[in-house]
Write a protein that binds this ligand. Structure first.
Ligand SMILES: [Fe+2]
Ligand SMILES: [Fe+2]
Length: 141
C-alpha cells in the first residue's frame, strides 16, 4: 500500500535536495512496508516515524537555508507547508505515545500525497529558482 516509486517527475535537478528526497521517499516506503506486515511491531513503526521526523526537519532546514540565500519570493508559503507536515508527523508520534499501534490507510495516503505533491510542485519550483539565481550570480561575478 502507498509505496512511492521514485521517478524523473520527483527529480528537482538539485543534487543535494534530490538525495534528501530519495531518503524521505525510502523512509516513507519502509513505513508502508512495516504497516503492511501481518503484525506490525510498534517499536519498528515508532523508530521509522522518529527517523522520518528527524530527517524531515534536517531537510526542511536545508531547503529553508537555500530559500534565504537566494531570496526566494515564495519562502513564507513554502515554510508554512513544511510546518504543516512537521506538525502532522509530530501528531502521529504523539498518538503512538498514547497507545496507537499502527497507522491508518488515510494517514499513509496523506503522507504519500503530501510528499509526492510537495516535491513535484513546490520543491521543483524552488530548485528552478535556485538554478536561475546561481546562474545569474555566476554571470555577474
Ligand atoms: Fe520543500
Ligand atoms: Fe523537499
Amino acid at each position: 500500500m502507498g509505496t512511492i516509486i521514485w521517478g524523473s517527475c520527483l527529480e528537482t535537478g538539485n543534487e543535494e535536495i534530490d538525495e534528501q528526497h530519495r531518503t524521505l521517499v525510502a523512509t516513507f516506503n519502509r513505513l508502508c512496508a512495516a504497516v503492511d506486515r501481518e503484525a506490525p511491531r510498534i517499536e519498528e513503526l515508532e523508530g521509522i516515524l522518529n527517523f522520518l521526523r528527524d530527517f524531515t526537519l534536517v531537510h526542511f532546514q536545508r531547503e529553508q537555508e537555500l530559500m534565504v540565500q537566494c531570496g526566494y519570493p515564495l519562502e513564507a508559503e513554502h515554510r508554512r507547508l513544511h510546518s504543516e507536515l512537521a506538525e502532522q508527523i509530530e501528531a502521529l508520534l504523539d498518538a503512538f505515545h498514547q497507545g496507537a499501534t499502527t497507522l491508518s490507510p488515510v494517514t499513509l495516503d496523506y503522507l504519500d500525497d503530501w510528499l509526492s505533491r510537495h516535491i513535484r510542485e513546490e520543491d521543483v519550483r524552488l530548485a528552478d529558482f535556485l538554478k536561475q539565481a546561481q546562474a545569474q550570480a555566476r554571470g555577474t561575478s
